[in-house]
Write a protein that binds this ligand. Structure first.
Ligand code: ZN
Length: 261
């Protein structure tokens, strides 16, 4: 039984609905989420409610954390979006619904180590990185600019680790010569990474704000022997228009969705 791994929804309801429809069409009924359900986008409550209904579990991302506690290391537009998002949660008139949403955000874990159905060993899931699960970015450029960082991170995992956070899908590996490498999905055969005995860190990309110059929503289908990178087109214009209508959300947050930057 495959598992769909989604991440970085960022309150983009059109993208989330399109991805869930694609998952349903494939007959996949197990979905997990690596965090950043909210932040940047116009529909935080609707996205939290859908993730609660549809996902077996979700992790805590830095934007979920920023709404629950205080935003840390956010730029001005991300911080403004976080405070607007919190105001949306607080404005819920139904007290029970308001409490439930906050309780859901509050119980999100920072890491899950489990053996998914039909896989032969446990795999780790975090939002950012195995050593700083909520906040650390693992960039593709790190493979040549900071190889020691990648090596140190790989020491924290036993086999496979699934991450989000950078919004750029692909696979990090350590090559036989000891050097780290990164493979975007386009460089993999049929956009599949086949598991070996070797360790790998797999970034599933972002549903609601892709940043690899492809505006389609990104997610991963975890099969027993491989990770398949999937892309789904959605109605970007509707999301961008909703963002434009909310003064607290910077228009750029909608514009960037068209280019996937
Ligand atoms: Zn994110």
């Amino acid at each position: 039984m495959p598992t769909a791994i989604i991440s970085d929804i960022h309150a983009n309801l059109e993208a989330l609905r399109a991805v869930l429809a694609d998952i349903d069409k494939r007959g996949i009924d197990r979905i997990v989420c690596l965090g950043d359900i909210v932040g940047y986008g116009p529909d935080p409550l609707e996205c939290v409610d859908l993730i609660r209904q549809r996902c077996e579990w979700s992790l805590m991302g830095n934007h979920d954390f920023g709404v629950l506690y205080e935003p840390t290391n956010f730029n001005a537009s991300a911080e403004s979006a976080a405070y607007w998002t919190r105001a949306r949660f607080d404005a819920e008139p139904d007290e029970a619904a308001r409490k439930e949403r906050y309780e859901f955000l509050g119980q999100l874990r920072v890491r899950v180590l489990e053996t998914p159905p039909d896989l032969r060993a446990p795999v780790l899931a975090v939002h950012g990185s195995p050593r700083r699960p909520i906040n650390e970015y693992i960039f593709s450029e790190d493979t040549h600019q900071a190889p020691d960082k990648i090596s140190t991170i790989f020491e924290r995992i036993d086999w496979l680790c699934f991450v989000g956070h950078t919004h750029v899908p692909g696979v990090f590996t350590i090559e036989p010569d000891g050097d780290p490498d990164f493979y975007p999905p386009a460089e993999l055969t049929d956009r599949n990474y086949c598991f070996t005995e070797e360790k790998a860190i797999i970034n599933v990309g972002s549903v609601g704000q892709p940043r690899d110059k492809n505006p389609s929503a990104s997610y991963v289908i975890l099969h027993p022997d491989r990770a398949e990178f999937a892309r789904v087109e959605y109605d970007v214009a509707t999301t961008a228009e909703k963002i434009r209508e909310i003064p607290e959300l910077n228009d750029w947050l909608g514009e960037r969705l068209f280019s996937g930057l």
